[in-house]
Ligand binder design. Structure first.
Ligand code: MV4
Length: 445
């Protein structure tokens, strides 16, 4: 097992990794920017190294500074958390070249899923269902027009280097396709320095359901059931839950099998997630694979009673898994508490938390790095806590969540708590009646 892990991240996920390391008897090294010098991940780690100025490029994305911190502290592994360098194959390669274990997949595995056209081809070969469309990249506007005739409108154009919505365009009729193709290409070039665009049939009003998987270094892969992440706003997830209210035992079996096939196709090592679009007929299609631990991993931990970070570290250290899959025995819902104003288009609201009362009690978990007096810096994402409610049934989990949200007091900054309170009382949400379009029509009272 590792003796000392450096956590190349900040905020709640850095703290989350430190907590598991403590339980495993592994020493920890925090890295931090000057803006984070008073952060809890710095206080709770065994050692801490300042790696630069506030901007991410100067600190949490600065590979040379992070590697220097790992060398001077003699860390034998690096946990990247999510975001920042978590899916950067160059960083994973640098770690390997320095004899430091990157706690995650190999650079090749990251690359094979990072390019969406390549990933899709791999999935077709592996027998995983993908959205009908055109194989490969679109050569030019004429090719796009011809392809759309074959696929049938509406179609969606996506950037092969994308994910998360950038460089994406839905096209409803031929008169719009030229402009959509050109703007998608320009956006992809500007965002990813790669202007490759591909085409799929547009699936209307889908659900976003993802399967958590884990694979070890010996080819054993299991799934850990699903999370429903359909409640999103501009490609930012706000609420996640497990099991999905749309799931059936039969669909879980089929999606779980497909996710295992997907992971086995690239010999995947570590924990990871296969994202699917699910249409109203319960057809499901591979969308992308996340080769990292995700923000919403906690809902899975709660419903299967399993520490995913511990498993990720054990797999990285070369331990075997059984290959047996896991099924939910509880219902968990996670609300992302962001420093944003839900009454003003979710505008970021950084600043000092003057008063804080955190909820607790039966069935409540709060993963957060903030405290009374903490100043939320404007440089990073706006998530300040994840509130997770667990109960025997979905109805009870909603009730517990509503109770916990009502107890939560955060003063000094605006938060998404009022949004979540209203969502927990929404009739369609309560019925499990929602798709990825749900928040487009949701209005704050
Ligand atoms: C789609 C789609 C409909 N049809 N692909 C959004 C982000 C990127 N990962 C892929 N996305 C979508 N791809 C086809 N063929 C609809 C979306 C989509 C979406 C997906 C999941 C969650 C929220 C979403 C919001 C808008 C669009």
């Amino acid at each position: 097992m590792f003796k000392k892990i450096l956590i190349a991240n900040r905020g709640e996920i850095a703290l989350r990794v430190i907590r598991t390391c403590r339980e495993m008897g592994i020493k920890t090294v925090a890295v931090y920017s000057t803006a984070d010098k008073d952060s809890l991940h710095v206080k709770f780690a065994d050692e801490a190294v300042c790696i630069g100025k506030p901007s991410s490029a100067d600190s949490y994305l600065n590979m040379a500074h992070i590697m220097a911190a790992a060398e001077i502290t003699n860390a034998d592994a690096i946990h990247p958390g999510y975001g920042f360098l978590a899916e950067n194959s160059k960083f994973a390669k640098i770690c390997a070249d320095h004899g430091i274990k990157f706690i995650g997949p190999t650079p090749d595995m990251i690359n094979s899923m990072g390019d969406k056209v390549t990933a899709k081809e791999t999935m077709i070969k592996a027998g995983v269902p993908v959205v009908p469309g055109v194989e490969g990249l679109l050569r030019d506007v004429d090719h796009a027009i011809q392809s759309a005739k074959e696929v049938g409108y509406p179609v969606i154009l996506k950037a092969t280097a994308g994910g998360g919505g950038k460089g994406m365009r839905v096209v409803w009729q031929e008169s719009e396709i030229e402009k959509a193709f050109e703007t998608a290409k320009a956006e992809a070039a500007a965002s990813f320095k790669n202007d490759g665009i591909y085409m799929e049939k547009f699936v209307e009003e889908p659900r976003h359901i993802e399967i958590q998987i884990a694979g070890d270094q010996y080819g054993n892969v299991c799934h850990l059931s699903e999370r429903d992440c359909s409640i999103q706003r501009r490609h930012q997830k706000l609420v996640e839950e497990s099991p999905s209210p749309f799931m059936t035992d039969e669909l879980r079996e089929r999606m779980g099998d497909a996710a295992i096939k997907a992971a086995k196709a690239i010999n995947y090592e570590s924990v990871g997630t296969i994202e699917f679009l699910v249409d109203k007929h319960r057809n499901f299609y591979f969308m992308e694979m996340n080769t990292r631990i995700q923000v919403e991993h906690c809902v899975t931990e709660e419903v299967i009673n399993y520490d995913l970070i511990k498993e990720q570290i054990k797999i990285a250290a070369g331990e075997k898994i059984t290959g047996k899959s896991y099924y939910p025995t509880m219902h968990a819902i996670e609300c992302r508490i962001n420093a944003e104003d839900p009454y003003n288009d979710f505008r970021p609201s950084p600043g000092k938390i003057t008063v804080l009362h955190t909820p607790g009690g039966h069935g409540v978990r709060v993963d957060s790095h903030v405290y009374a007096g903490y100043v939320i810096p404007p440089y990073y994402d706006s998530m300040i806590a994840k509130l997770i409610a667990v109960a025997q049934t979905r109805q009870e989990a909603i009730d517990t969540m509503h109770r916990a949200l009502s107890e939560y007091v955060i003063e000094g900054v605006k938060t998404t708590i009022p949004f979540h309170l209203q969502l927990m009382q929404n009739e369609d949400f309560k019925k499990g009646n929602f798709t990825t379009k749900f928040l487009e029509t949701f209005k704050m009272k």
